[in-house]
Design a protein around this ligand. Structure first.
Ligand SMILES: [Mg+2]
Length: 325
């Protein structure tokens, strides 16, 4: 199958007649028409076989995840999707596998449809399996949730739950075992993450700063602290409670998964104490649980506090995907 035939057969769909896409797949460029007063938000993420996903991954989950991790970046900026492009390198055995490509496209398009994020262009080539998605979004000028806006005294919040993707990965790698029902739920978080787009939009004008958790809570929060020139104190017990494991694993393993496990795709954000009610309303309006886990502090450094309020001695390195596999 040639390059054009492959795109036509699996990835070319009629561009919606209206909306922000003025011209979709089929010309040298797609054309986007952002609404007046909007800034364009752009993010790109590459998923490489063996590093970001296992060779036997379900292709439908892979299509979902490749787009989900990019949409998560739009969510972290408070942006709404306009469209996406896909650059796909395929080894010959995958390029010949119509069932695999159909499932990949199904996973991708289901999530794209759910968030009105049409595929507006892309490229394919022969090579080691590699998916590179780029998303384009829009956000009202000046209202993007950036990493550099945290202020001393801000409360630190996290959406949803933490650590389940790491629990699933550990089980798949044989680091530990999980009861079947727990593993199934955790795998869902690993393989089909939920981009928190509605929450990100609801936090415009409320949150001072935000980032999504791709590499682990503490590491990603560290990016906010560095960009904002602030420190933080984190209630380790409050963060660990966001991992409802349902498995007989030791407390330290669970705490590591919650604080440093990657691939959660939740939002970490900061907001002034006076915005507490507004944050809770934003969570409610977007049907997304939000939990406070700490406070931004003056100066630098991240202090992890135990249940007794005393600093913990352990340090937690951010999880570097499959680097240790
Ligand atoms: Mg991100």
């Amino acid at each position: 199958m040639g390059e054009f035939e492959l795109i036509d057969r699996f990835f070319k769909r009629r561009t919606p007649a209206s909306g922000a896409v003025a011209l979709g797949i089929g010309d040298d460029c797609a054309l986007l028409r952002p609404a007046p007063g909007m800034q364009i938000a752009i993010s790109t993420d590459m998923l490489v076989e063996g590093r970001h996903f296992l060779p036997d991954v379900d292709p439908e989950h892979l299509g979902h995840k490749a787009l989900a991790v990019n949409l998560s970046d739009l969510a972290a900026m408070g942006a709404e999707p306009l469209g996406c492009t896909l650059a796909l390198a395929l080894p010959p055995e995958r390029a010949r596998d119509a069932g695999w490509l159909t499932a990949l496209a199904r996973g991708l398009f289901a999530l794209a449809d759910a968030h009105a994020c049409p595929l507006i262009g892309g490229d394919t080539t022969a090579g080691p399996l590699n998916l590179c998605l780029t998303v384009f979004g829009q956000v009202p000028a000046g209202q993007a949730l950036r990493r550099d806006g945290a202020q001393a005294g801000d409360h630190i919040w996290v959406s949803g739950t933490l650590g389940h993707a790491r629990l699933a990965l550990g089980a798949l790698r044989g680091e530990w075992t999980l009861p079947p029902a727990v593993l199934a739920a955790a795998r869902q978080r690993l393989e089909r993450p939920t981009p928190r787009l509605a929450l990100g939009r609801a936090l415009r004008g409320i949150a001072h700063s935000a980032i999504d958790v791709s590499d682990g809570l503490l590491g990603d929060l560290g990016h906010i602290l560095k960009a904002s020139g602030t420190g933080a104190s984190i209630d380790a017990a409050a963060a660990s409670r966001l991992l409802a494991a349902g498995a007989a694993l030791d407390a330290e393993t669970l705490r590591t998964a919650a604080l440093a496990g990657g691939d959660d795709y939740e939002l970490v954000f900061t907001a002034p104490p006076a915005a507490r009610a507004a944050v809770l309303r934003a969570g409610h309006a977007s049907a997304t649980p939000v939990s406070r886990i700490g406070t931004i502090t003056a100066g630098t450094g991240l202090r992890l506090l135990g249940a007794d309020g005393q600093p913990l001695r352990q340090t937690y390195a951010s999880f570097d995907h499959f680097a240790r596999s």
